[in-house]
Design a protein around this ligand. Structure first.
Ligand code: MRU
Length: 368
């Protein structure tokens, strides 16, 4: 997608020096657009855990490039041991997004067929690039399927603006390009369908306010930032035609882990007859899990993310301020699980399907 008119992905190999992986530093958005250079496995692990890069698809692509950086560092005499440890280090960075372990396992399987460390380094480079390319292509394709849904709503409203609510950032910043929840929105907007997006601020890290609002603005998509708790009120007053979110992990029976607060949006949507769509590339499915509430690992991050908030002061500086009394304890669950029964359809690169085991497996028969 474009930033100030120039096309970018969220992660790429540095032109002229492929020992360096470059990423958009998402900790600096929306107030500064900066590129960060990552040159080691440790750099990549830190970038994932401190959320310089974040979002399910981008975490997966970053893990792929992290394995490539590890392959560059690995000594010839202990290459396989080094790579196994690198895989464990990367998997430990964040627990919820399925794309992370999926990408690490794919990298291990790909390099395993190499005969020498030199050959394995080349395989690792090509596999990391392939994972990133595939993520972008899958998001582009699921965008086409979701676009048809938005077009149908626009037609039913005789061409009036389609109001879409989204939570957190499942935009192109959360993937390599296009995004999951946003891909249908960008496709509809580019096709001339009038769309407007209600952007949940998404406490505590405010990915909606800082990232989704920024990227929709860069692309010229009309949007309005709302407090996290406003969605139910808007739905009661007919101001939301559809909810589209992304997801970090979907079980084989269609339960959806996504940013904390998604479940409440799904409940409000069901109560108000608003369709709840969840968009994902196939790398986000976890076919090994059934009941999502019981089995999806939910990341718990530091309490300071709830107790403090950061932003730009009226003088233009970035500052962090404390919201609560000095001694107030806090807990910070990052994700929740929306049961499949509350999901209207999943939007995947292979098409739309119900959030049920039978429907998911009919799109992915190899997982039966
Ligand atoms: O904690 P994050 O920012 O990595 O969380 C990911 C998200 O932005 C959302 O949960 C998103 O809707 C799914 S990731 C594409």
């Amino acid at each position: 997608m474009k930033v100030n008119g120039k096309p970018y992905r969220t992660i790429w190999l540095k032109e002229g020096d492929e020992r360096v992986v470059q990423v958009i530093n998402q900790l600096r958005l929306p107030h500064a657009f900066e590129i960060a250079d990552l040159v080691s496995l440790k750099d990549m692990c830190n970038a994932i855990s401190n959320m310089t890069v974040r979002g399910a698809g981008l975490i997966g692509a970053s893990a792929g490039f992290g394995m490539y950086l590890a392959a560059l560092q690995a000594p010839d005499h202990s290459f396989n041991d080094f790579m196994r440890q690198a895989a464990a280090d990367l998997k430990a960075t964040r627990p919820t997004a399925a794309n992370l372990a999926w990408a690490v396992e794919r990298m291990l399987a790909t390099i395993a067929v190499g005969g020498t460390p030199t050959h394995m380094r080349k395989l690792a480079r090509d596999a990391a690039v392939a994972i990133a390319d595939e993520d972008a292509e899958h998001c582009r394709r699921l965008g086409e399927h979701g676009h048809a849904l938005i077009a149908a709503v626009a037609q039913s409203k005789s061409g009036q603006c389609v109001n879409i609510l989204t939570h957190c950032n499942a935009g192109w910043l959360a993937f390599v390009d296009f995004g999951s929840a946003t891909a249908p929105i960008y496709a509809a907007h580019d096709a001339g369908i009038p769309v407007h997006v209600w952007v949940d601020e998404t406490r505590p890290r405010n990915q909606g306010a800082s990232l989704t609002a920024w990227e929709l603005g860069q692309h010229g998509v009309p949007h309005t930032l709302i407090a996290d708790n406003a969605g139910g009120h808007l739905m009661q007053h007919g101001l939301v035609d559809m909810v589209i979110t992304g997801t970090d992990r979907v079980t084989r029976n269609g339960d959806v882990a996504n940013k904390i607060g998604t479940y409440l949006k799904a409940l409000a949507a069901r109560d108000n007859g608003v369709p709840m769509y969840v968009a994902l590339p196939s790398s986000t499915f976890d076919f090994t899990l059934g009941d999502g509430v019981a089995s999806i690992p939910i990341e718990e991050r530091g309490a300071e993310e709830v107790r403090f908030i950061s932003g730009k002061t009226q003088h233009g500086d970035i500052a962090s301020v404390q919201l609560c009394p000095d001694t107030t304890p806090a807990r910070n669950w990052s994700f929740d699980v929306t049961p499949a029964r509350l999901v209207t359809k999943l939007i995947c690169e292979r098409g739309l399907c119900d959030a049920s085991e039978a429907a998911i497996l009919s799109l992915f028969p190899q997982e039966r």
